[in-house]
Structure formats: structure tokens, C-alpha cells
Design a protein around this ligand. Sequence first.
Ligand SMILES: Cc1cc2nc3c(=O)[nH]c(=O)nc-3n(C[C@H](O)[C@H](O)[C@H](O)COP(=O)(O)OP(=O)(O)OC[C@H]3O[C@@H](n4cnc5c(N)ncnc54)[C@H](O)[C@@H]3O)c2cc1C
Length: 403
Amino acid sequence: MDFELTPKQQDLIERAGLLGREKFAGRAERYDAEASFPYENYDDLRDNGLLGLCVPEEHGGLGADFPTYCMVSAEIGRYCGSTALTYNMHACSMLWSGTMTDQLDMSNEQRDRHAEAQALHFKRVVKDGAIYAQPFSEGNASAAGRAPFGTLAKKVDGGYVLNGKKIFASLADAADYFGILCTEDVDNASRKDTIYLAVPRNSEGFEVTGPWDPLGMRGTVSRTLLLNDVFVPEENELMPRGVYFQAANRWPHMFMTLAPTYMGLAQAAYDFTVKYLRGEVEGMPPIKRRQFPTKQLATAEMFVKLEQTRALFMRAIGEAKQDPSKEERMRAWAAQYTIMENANDLARLAIRTCGGQSMLKNLPLERIYRDSRCGSLMLPLTAELCLDRLGKEALYNLGETDD
Ligand SMILES: Cc1cc2nc3c(=O)[nH]c(=O)nc-3n(C[C@H](O)[C@H](O)[C@H](O)COP(=O)(O)OP(=O)(O)OC[C@H]3O[C@@H](n4cnc5c(N)ncnc54)[C@H](O)[C@@H]3O)c2cc1C
């Protein structure tokens, strides 16, 4: 990858950074304490055009490609993990159904219909300021990509009728549309029958339910969704029938879009440590601790870990494309694993290095520590499943088995 940022990338990252520094950082403590959604941050994102980050320019958006999205998202993650993680769900709904699908195989009829659907989704975001969520998880093997989704879509005149349940639906209280992955209700349905539909919040039979009081990423408000005979018009397809299955196989990087949030948290843990040891953290007495060789060594180790993480992140996002090579695919999983594990490890090292006062609730570090814990639990590329895929790909060629 060319590591030189384009002027457009620099501008977008700076736009996100300015919001992060001036607005998001100061609000993060409240959203975390209340486990409430960062509505004000989304108003700011909307006002600054950033809800349309991944909407193509010809549809009025900012036209960010995959690596640009990742870098903008990482910048937001430095200031508020929950905002970055939920922004991933929204921005990537546009990326996935937008530029990412453009090169996939479709019939002419599908391509025409998809262009109409894309225009509809893009307009909702750019003109109406709509927010999209990405609730896939069901508490079964489907979100790991090992079984068809249990939420079923029955084809009816003009659309589908959906029945099922989604857990951990980030943006549950805030999204206007929920990008639901479901299986078409046909005989012997398989993962190839996956359908990806935007369900409007106000649909009859659609309900947000259950409490939300987790360890970290509390502002994501990832509650449960129930779908009981919900009719969804065909025009709400986010991808044509069969295309999600193709995308999931041919675009492995599409599942590493959660990682930038955690890259941002890793950076935040390091930034905090440097500021703290220099005696520059707001709200704390200006006591310096940087003069101790133990602190210098610990910070050096953190810097090495951060740079190792960032190097893999930048390389992997630069390689994202349809049909990557085996090495590129494996590197995406290695990057995902490294970012998710190292973010939490850097937060741990930050607390260990800065000391007891650094983990008080009025400072961001203990929130960063809890938020960063969530990354390696997120399907389909949990830390365990990354290793599982890497081990198999490293030792087996396509189609090879042991008799
Ligand atoms: C803060 C937060 C926000 C979230 N937001 C969203 C969201 O917006 N949309 C969404 O769809 N999901 C979301 N999730 C859910 C997330 O992606 C996972 O689905 C969820 O964390 C899985 O939890 P579980 O206990 O059901 O995992 P389980 O399915 O019980 O799995 C537990 C562990 O077992 C391993 N495992 C799972 N399946 C297999 C398998 N087939 N083979 C081998 N090992 C396996 C994995 O390593 C996994 O971590 C969110 C999660 C969190 C923490």
C-alpha cells in the first residue's frame, strides 16, 4: 500500500478528529455511565456530512473507499469507542451495499434493481439523515458463518415477510433502518439463500426489547430485536438475492470493519499514557512521572506494540479487495486478531504503567480498558475464530483433507 495519504483522506480524518477532540471525548463518560446512545455525536456526524462517508459522490456522499473508511473510523475510536463501533455498523451498511458489491457477479436485471435500491438507501442517508444498523447475531452458529441465519424471510407479493430474533443489535434505540440478514424460507435452505434487507424501525411486528447493561461499549445500546410477521418491501434489499453469500466469500475484508474502532482504542491507551506520565492530563494535578526509567521502558514497549499493530492494520486495509490472494486473506485475519487482542493489552499496560489513580472513573482509561475487551468477542472474526481460520489455511490447501 502507498502509505501517503491523499488530500481527501487527510481532510476526512481531520474532520473526524476535530469532532472527536472537541465533542466526542467530553461526552463519552456520560454515555458510558448511562449506557445511553450517543445521539449528540450522531447529530454532529450528520451535520458534518459524515453519515454519508461511504455513499458514492454521485449520490451526494463523501465517496470514501475501504481504507479511507477504516482510517476515519479509527480516528473516531480514539475519542469514543461506542460512537466508532456503531458508526461502523452504519457506514459499512453503505459500503457493503455500495462500492463493495459493484464488481460482484449479477445478472443485468439484478444489477438494474440493485442500482435502484442503492439510490434509495443513499438518499435516505444523505437527504434524510437516516441511520442504518447491522444486526446479524442470533446467538447461534450463523453469525460465525457456520450455519444459515435462523431469521426467515418468506417471499410474498412485492416483498418478504420476516420472522425471527436478533441479539446484540447495536444502535437498537437509534437506527431508522436495520440491515437484517435472514434466510429465504425455501426447502433445504442453505447459506446461499441469505437475504439482506433493510427493515424500517416503524414496521408493524418489529420490536426492540430487553435490557442493556454490559461491561464495555455501553453506548452502543445493543439490545434484542424481535421480528414477528414483518413485511419488508422488495425495494429495501441491501443486496440482491444470493449476492451476500458471494460477498462473504469473495470479500473477506468486509468482516474486519470492526477492527478500526479498536485500532483507535489502542492509540487512545497509548496517548493517555504519554499525557499522564508527562503530567498533562486534564483534571489531574500536573505531576510528572516520566523521569522514572521503569516508565520510560514501559512506554517504549507500548509504542513498539502500537506500531506493530498499526503496521499490520495499514497493510491489511490497503490490500482489501474482491478475490484477494490467500496471503492477503490470511493477513486480514492476522490483522483482525492482532488489533483486537493488542487493543486490550495496550489498555492493560497503560493502567499498569500509569498506576492506581489512572483508573478512576473520571478519566477515560478505565473505559478504554472495558471497551477494548469487547473486540475479540465480536463475530464472525472473534480472536478464536481468526486463529481457527489461520491454522486451517496455513496447513491445508483448498479441498485438501486427511483421510
Ligand atoms: C458491544 C457489542 C456490540 C455488538 N454489536 C453487534 C451488532 O451490531 N450486530 C451484530 O450482529 N452483532 C453484534 N454483536 C455481537 C457479536 O458480534 C457476537 O455475535 C457476540 O459477541 C457473540 O456472543 P455469543 O455469546 O453469542 O457467542 P457464541 O456464539 O456463544 O460464541 C462464543 C465464542 O465461541 C466461539 N465460536 C462461536 N461459534 C463458533 C463455531 N461455529 N466454531 C468454533 N468456535 C465458535 C467464538 O470465539 C465466540 O467468541 C455485538 C457484541 C458486542 C459485545
